[in-house]
Design a protein around this ligand. Structure first.
Ligand code: CUA
Length: 173
């Protein structure tokens, strides 16, 4: 039954498409003046283009107004814990891993070997802060621990056979 339906409907659509092709072929010799149509749609295209550019300008300004994204999120004068983070094949050297709720922390992240990714996950394994660990360079990521819990640090950049072993914990009480 289904095969018959498929076959008949296929035939039906094949005939329609064939009819369209035949119509185009039979009318292809006719000459008409398309200038009017062309002019009209060029004008439409121009208006459309201007609208798109203006729209994207507004969207760009709106979405970029919070740059730089990794500016400190705490107020000036806050007591900040400066923590040195060194990513190595394959592990983490973190100068402080225990914090109190409300602590504002500045992680200065670097590596002596290859590029790693420093990612902090909350207990739901949602990425809440991250930056790259780059040789001969220090990247800073700022964050305030507003909730108690055990946070997990994972490497976000494939860095060798032991990449998956690069785990650490940050305890916030
Ligand atoms: Cu370090 Cu992946």
């Amino acid at each position: 039954m289904i095969q018959t339906v498929a076959w008949v409907s296929s035939l039906f659509f094949i005939l329609i498409i064939a009819a369209v092709f035949a119509w185009v072929f039979l009318n292809s010799k006719k000459k008409e003046n398309f200038n009017k149509v062309v002019k009209k749609w060029y004008k439409t295209r121009k208006v459309y283009g201007v609208i798109v550019v203006l729209l994207m300008l507004v969207v760009t300004i709106y979405t970029l107004r919070e740059l730089p994204y990794n500016a400190p999120v705490y107020e000036a004068g806050t007591d900040v814990h400066v923590v040195d983070v060194e990513a190595i094949q394959f592990g983490w050297n973190i100068s402080q891993t225990e914090f109190s709720v409300g602590d504002s922390v500045e992680f200065n992240v670097t590596t002596p070997d290859v590029t790693h990714g420093f990612g902090i996950y909350n207990e739901d394994m949602e990425l809440i802060a991250q930056t790259q660990a780059m040789p001969e360079y220090t990247n800073t990521v700022y964050m305030t621990f507003s909730e108690a819990g055990t946070y997990t640090v994972l490497c976000l950049e494939y860095c060798g056979l032991g990449h998956h072993l690069m785990m650490a914990e940050l305890i916030v009480e």
